[in-house]
Design a binder for this molecule. Sequence first.
Ligand code: TYD
Length: 133
Amino acid sequence: MIPKIIQLPKIYDKRGNLSFFEHPNQLPFKIKRTYWLYDVPGGEQRGSHAFKEQQEFIIALSGSFDVIIHDGQEEKSFSLNRSYYGLYIPKMYWRRLENFSTNSLALIVSDRLYDENDYIRDFEEFKTLAHGN
Ligand code: TYD
């Protein structure tokens, strides 16, 4: 699997719209953990790392930001700015989040519990491991 934008259902309603995701209909993995990034100061970056095993799905629930993905050879940028789609990231992709708008809210769901041992925080190490795949 490769990183991809997943469109979510959008239930239009004049009382306010509603979107959702569930496994397996929209999401290719079962959720084990949910976290979110908020109050990000202008110009800051988050999440410059890769995961050995963890997959994740990132949505801009509010505002906008960019997710920069690196597969060990090339970089690709995704702009997230709507709450009815998100970016699926398989394991073994370097990713960073940047260009956060004021009051943006990044929701991230993952198929693993938090495990520092699953992180690759050194880009050179990541490239070596990615090329070995
Ligand atoms: P981290 O994923 O390293 O964020 P970033 O790459 O943007 O710096 O998370 C920062 C810290 O938060 C990390 O050192 C441990 C803690 N943390 C948890 O305890 N549980 C979690 O689910 C997450 C995502 C982070």
